[in-house]
Design a protein around this ligand. Structure first.
Ligand SMILES: *[C@@H]1O[C@H](CO)[C@@H](O)[C@H](O)[C@H]1NC(C)=O
Ligand SMILES: *[C@@H]1O[C@H](CO)[C@@H](O)[C@H](O)[C@H]1NC(C)=O
Ligand SMILES: *[C@@H]1O[C@H](CO)[C@@H](O)[C@H](O)[C@H]1NC(C)=O
Ligand SMILES: *[C@@H]1O[C@H](CO)[C@@H](O)[C@H](O)[C@H]1NC(C)=O
Ligand SMILES: *[C@@H]1O[C@H](CO)[C@@H](O)[C@H](O)[C@H]1NC(C)=O
Length: 774
């Protein structure tokens, strides 16, 4: 989480005025969502803007001006954001023409600084065999902006900017029109507005905008999705190789809706509205709300924007969050969003610990040590060097203020990790701050997730190595150790595996759609960044690195956006749902040693962890069959979820046909939406079996016959009917039914499995999750 003083500023401010009981009347920023756009109904932009102001005046007694409105939305959907009092917000939300009103809250970037890593290979996995894709694909990145000087945005070899492009390259004092080119074809920014009021007057405090990235997150995600090939990219020599985006021929447009403090809802919506209007094909968003306080679809800016993007044929790919490994943490779970979890790659960052007795222990970390800092030092356990009056359980964990500087100065300190609320980054700062010469962290669970300690000697070991170290310290007169510099090991196995931090399903809002959808590389991803001259992370004598290793579902998301771009470039007319289905049904469920995918604990990964599996973009070019999900299907979803018909009608507007919701709309029917995976929230052991319907469209050879095979856990009976489908010139689309019987299944448990249709050449897998209750 990017949290800084600015992020807390408005909160503190409101707490202060709450104390003076004037919260009711002091305006705050809100988003007013009014459903689909009416532009294609002959409305013009100026008219709509004045109608927003009129609407606002009709319910407000305050003096209003054009400035009272922060953003107007009119291209893909309609509405606006403005400073409203609670009473005004509530008056607006009860109007027939308003779908929802929600506070303009802050969303977070899906990476954290404690997850800065090193790696190179992931993008090589998505190596293009097609040097001249037939069509230009434009990827819109909604993030922290871009560092246009990075070689990843070189436009060498790219043709003219597609004529359909309607976007722009916004100029500021630090960003020139010439910073855009045929690779980076657009760059917009949005002033991040903060509600501010002195009790009598409200104001939008606008943080100075620029398309330029100062955080690095947006530059990293943009170059991962569509960066050019860059030779010899590395993170200070580590993981050297070719850096390239998933789709090096893709064009990139960046939309800066986030700063270091976070991303504002109203700016994200404006960015999505603009991106759709500008003509992007795919939108990549590595941002989300908290997994603890999930809001429903119509109060979630990303879900709203993504719905209308889908309605206009634009695919939206989002990160699922970094709140794993606990279940029910995945976010961005609307069925029209492609939700991405993170996986490891086949590369390890080893930093070996050599004890004074010569024993070598395997450790994991990213550090750039030289001959001076990688030296032998005395080694002590935090539990034995506690500061005065500090409980030993705190110094064992290397809590701030828990270590006695006199006892640790000049030594390597061993810390355990029994309290996960204290991050590795904080522990390292504590140990470094008291003058230690190095740190060994004992925590096996996070070893697959190497910590970037920069210039500080740091390594992380598992519990058995930890016991060995403590035993050595306890039985040796002058215990000592050396932490060796990071050594990159390639082709490690098993890989991929689900990242420890990757948010897990089932979805909180509904369990009848399986989420996350897919996993993609998100650990130690090498990509472009903002070169920063931070003395603590730049090795002596080196220039600041333009490439860095980062981890998070933030890094996984643009891998999927880039893969979707590859497919779109080959199959221009495939809809977002066909591309999504192709990527899901061809995803792999096995690792590089031919065994089932695992999670970071070594257990077989379930669809709640891995979705349909790890992306396999080249298989997805020839999926055979696809599950097409239409905008009408998504409107039915909104009916089944329980939204009122009049709101759904406003959302559909004239773009999508909608008359009314089916008579008996219940949440159970969501399982029947034509989704590429199946999820059933409740299958009663004693009750009736449940049948769901799916429809597949043939995208392979016209005359093909597919046969279904089922993989299901013992006791769960799964019947597919028909279990053979013959496609022909007259049969391009066919439906089948799946019946689940739980009588003999393991009760009070999720039963996971899959249905695979095969014609001998294509394998079309649909994973399922059925919650059997006794
Ligand atoms: C509040 O701010 C406005 C504009 O900045 C100013 O005119 C007004 O005097 C301020 N009121 C108080 C109570 O400080
Ligand atoms: C990349 O590195 C290799 C050897 O490390 C060198 O021979 C080559 O010239 C470099 N290429 C570029 C483009 O810098
Ligand atoms: C190694 O690192 C130390 C501490 O960061 C520094 O003082 C020293 O100059 C470095 N030596 C070399 C050879 O880079
Ligand atoms: C350490 O132990 C004390 C006393 O048993 C307890 O109050 C405290 O919460 C513990 N702290 C940690 C970090 O476990
Ligand atoms: C498909 O089968 C039909 C007969 O069912 C035949 O007429 C047609 O030529 C076949 N098409 C292809 C591409 O094989």
């Amino acid at each position: 989480m990017f949290v800084s003083s600015l992020f807390y500023l408005p909160l503190t401010f409101f707490l202060l005025i709450a104390a003076s009981a004037s919260l009711e009347t002091s305006p705050k920023a809100y988003v007013v969502y009014m459903g689909g756009s009416s532009i294609d109904e002959g409305e013009d932009v100026e008219n709509m803007e004045s109608s927003h102001l009129q609407l606002l005046s009709s319910i407000s007694s305050r003096k209003l001006s054009r400035e009272s409105i922060l953003h107007h939305y009119h291209h893909a959907f309609s509405g606006f954001s403005a400073f409203l009092t609670e009473n005004e917000a509530s008056a607006l939300s009860s109007r027939e023409d308003v779908v929802s009103v929600f506070p303009d809250s802050f969303l977070h970037l899906h990476t954290t600084r404690s997850w800065d890593f090193l790696e190179v290979g992931s993008s090589e996995r998505i190596r293009s065999r097609y040097h001249h894709p037939r069509n230009d694909v434009i990827i819109g990145i909604i993030d922290t902006g871009v560092w246009p000087e990075s070689p990843s945005f070189d436009d060498e070899g790219l043709g003219e900017i597609p004529a359909r492009w309607k976007g722009t390259c916004m100029e500021t004092s630090d960003f020139k029109r010439s910073n855009c080119n045929r690779k980076l074809i657009g760059a917009r920014y949005y002033d991040v507005s903060i509600s501010s009021s002195n009790g009598t007057e409200e104001r939008a405090v606008k943080l100075r905008g620029t398309p330029r990235d100062s955080v690095g997150h947006g530059t990293h995600t943009a170059s991962t999705a569509g960066g050019a090939r860059v030779q010899n990219a590395s993170y200070y020599g580590l993981a050297e190789g070719v850096a390239r985006g998933g789709s090096p021929s893709a064009r990139i447009a960046t939309y800066k809706a986030c700063s270091e403090e976070g991303c504002s809802s109203s700016a994200i919506l404006k960015a999505m509205d603009d991106a759709i209007k500008d003509g992007v094909d795919i939108i990549s968003i590595s941002i989300g709300t908290s997994s603890l306080f999930q809001v429903d679809y119509l109060n979630d800016p990303i879900a709203i924007g993504a719905f209308h993007a889908e309605q206009m044929g634009v695919m939206v790919v989002c990160s699922g969050g970094n709140d794993g490994p606990e279940p029910s943490t995945v976010i961005n779970t609307a069925p029209w969003i492609f939700t991405v979890g993170a996986s490891s790659i086949d590369r390890e960052f080893q930093s070996t610990l050599v004890l004074g007795n010569g024993k070598k222990l395997r450790g994991s970390a990213i550090n750039f040590l030289n001959g001076t800092s990688s030296r032998e030092y005395p080694i002590v356990f935090g539990g034995e060097v506690a500061a005065k009056y500090v409980p030993v359980n705190e110094s064992r964990n290397c809590y701030p203020g828990s270590l006695d500087p006199k006892k640790v100065s000049g030594k390597i300190v061993v810390c355990i990790n029994s309290d996960p609320t204290l991050t590795r980054r904080v522990k390292k700062l504590v140990v470094e701050g008291v003058g230690a010469k190095g740190m060994v962290l004992v925590d096996g669970t996070l070893m697959g997730n190497p910590f970037d300690a920069g210039l500080f000697p740091f390594t992380q070991v598992d519990d058995s190595a930890g016991s060995e170290i403590l035993k050595y310290i306890g039985t040796t007169k002058n215990p000592s150790a050396v932490i060796l510099p990071t050594h990159v090991v390639s082709n490690s196995s098993p890989a991929p595996s689900v990242a420890y931090f990757s948010s897990r399903g089932p979805g909180v809002l509904t369990e009848n759609i399986l989420k996350p959808d897919i996993i993609a590389p998100g650990i130690a991803i090498l990509a472009a960044t903002v070169p920063t001259n931070d003395a603590s992370s730049v090795p002596k004598g080196k220039k600041p690195s333009g490439y860095i290793l980062k981890s998070g579902t933030s890094m996984a998301c643009p891998h999927v956006a880039g893969s979707a771009a590859i497919i779109r470039s080959m199959h221009q007319w495939w809809s977002p749902s066909v591309i999504k289905s192709a990527l899901m049904t061809t995803a792999t469920l096995s690792s590089n040693v031919g065994k089932p995918l695992t999670d970071s604990f070594g257990q077989t990964a379930s669809p709640h962890e891995a979705g349909s599996g790890e992306i396999s973009p080249y298989k997805a070019l020839h999926p055979g069959l696809a599950y097409e999900t239409t905008t009408e299907d998504y409107l039915l979803f909104l009916c089944y979820y329980g939204y009122p018909e009049n709101k759904i009608r406003a959302i559909a507007r004239t773009k999508t046909k909608f008359t009314s919701c089916p008579k008996h709309s219940t949440g159970d029917l969501i399982s029947n939406i034509n989704y590429p995976s199946i999820s059933i929230q409740t299958l009663s052991k004693r009750g009736a079996p449940i049948t769901v319907k799916r429809t597949v469209t043939n995208f392979g050879p016209i005359n093909s016959t597919y046969i279904a095979a089922v993989e299901s856990p013992r006791g769960l009976v799964v019947e597919v009917s028909p279990h053979e489908i013959a496609f022909s010139p007259t049969v391009r689309r066919a439906s089948y039914r799946v019946t689940f019987r739980g009588t003999k299944a393991a009760g009070d448990n999720y039963n996971f499995g899959s249905i695979t249709w095969s014609d001998g050449r294509h394998s079309v897998r649909t994973v399922f999750s059925v919650n059997v209750v006794a």
